[in-house]
Design a protein around this ligand. Structure first.
Ligand code: DAH
Length: 346
């Protein structure tokens, strides 16, 4: 092998390597090129193993030149690597570009059930007047639901409540929240009480736009010394003003409930027609909002309060009815039908 031949070979190795590198477009190509041109059996590496076969005086120069070629190839690889990686980053950025000017997707927002909303308003109004929330059970006994509330078994007033009885004698689903009165009194006597008792009630009703087999009630109870009908009136009026507006007119009509004496029903001026008369108030100008009255001595006694010393008032209202009147909901069945078209309006 002549001297010039070796150097020409080296030059060719360099040029071929550089030319091949030009064709490399991606990471895999870089790897393959590295193996081919700088790997153990690459031409430039083989040149090193050929050195011992060369004349002694030629070896240093050839070795040096081979080293330069190897370094030049390595440098070229590094540079090409940078270019390839920069190009692929550009391509990735272009293909994964996000159009930030597109309008976003409207996220679905949860909301409170209209029942929850009206209950929370009622709670807030009574809490402002110093009442606490007290809860009692949905499954009641005949004793609490009727007997202790001055409604004995033979009493015709039992017809006011169509009752779901269970297979266990004496056990029923409460038809109203009034049994809570006995529970809260027995838990509190002889302390004064200002409490509201919310809860689901159940009645064996023919379901219609106005009647459901389950519905909420909120019971109001105040027990103490010297509680008068004036306190009842002030409280229910205070409630009506906070709930329906400062200027709402109210009236109390005589009524009958076995657990109160005297008993009344409270009406608020129809807020649809302002009292002129419309289909919502059935032409009367008034909307019936709740039953109420002074606690019957028998009920006080059953709760553990001496009616000679203590007195009290009670009231009961249907929050669905209030919500229906306020939002012009025409059918009580919507409340528990879970129809999103209804629920999403609140
Ligand atoms: N418990 C009655 C009902 O379900 C509502 C009621 C009326 C409750 C008068 C009271 C009250 O506390 O004083 O129809």
């Amino acid at each position: 092998m002549t001297e010039t031949q070796v150097f020409e070979d080296l030059e060719q190795i360099l040029q071929q390597g550089l030319a091949a590198l030009e064709e490399v477009k991606d990471e895999a190509g870089l790897q393959a090129w590295r193996t081919a041109h700088l790997g153990r059996s690459a031409p430039v590496m083989q040149m090193f193993s050929r050195l011992p076969q060369l004349p002694k005086e030629l070896r240093p120069q050839v070795g040096q030149r081979a080293n330069q070629v190897k370094q030049a190839l390595e440098a070229a690889l590094a540079e090409r690597g940078e270019q390839v990686r920069a190009a692929s980053l550009q391509q990735k950025l272009a293909s994964e570009r996000v159009d930030v000017t597109l309008p976003g997707r409207q996220p679905l927002r949860g909301r409170l059930h209209p029942e929850t909303q009206v209950l929370r308003r009622i709670f807030a109004v009574f809490e402002e007047m110093g009442f606490q929330v007290f809860r009692s059970r949905d499954v009641e006994t005949d004793e609490y639901n009727f007997e202790l509330l001055n409604i004995p078994a033979y009493h015709p007033a039992r017809d006011m409540w169509d009752t779901f009885y269970t297979t266990r004698p004496g056990v029923l689903l409460r038809t109203h929240t009034s049994p809570g009165q006995i529970h809260v009194m027995r838990a509190s006597a002889p302390e004064p009480i200002r409490a509201i008792l919310p809860g689901m009630c159940y009645r064996y009703e023919q379901v219609s736009a106005r009647h459901e087999t389950q519905f909420y009630q909120v019971e109001v109870l105040a027990v103490g010394k010297n509680i008068t009908f004036g306190d009842l009136k002030g409280t229910v009026n205070g409630f009506a003003r906070r709930m329906f507006g400062q200027n709402v007119r109210t009236r109390l009509r005589p009524s009958y409930f076995p657990f109160t004496e005297p008993s009344a029903e409270m009406d608020v001026e129809c807020f649809v027609c302002g009292g002129k008369g419309c289909p919502v108030c059935k032409g009367s100008g008034w909307l019936e909002i709740m039953g109420c009255g002074m606690m019957h001595p028998t009920v006080l006694r059953n709760g553990g309060y001496d009616p000679e010393v203590y007195s009290g008032f009670a009231a009961g209202m249907g929050p669905e009815r209030i919500s229906m009147l306020q939002s012009r909901i025409e059918d009580i069945r919507y409340f528990w039908a879970n129809d999103l078209r209804f629920l999403e309006q609140f």
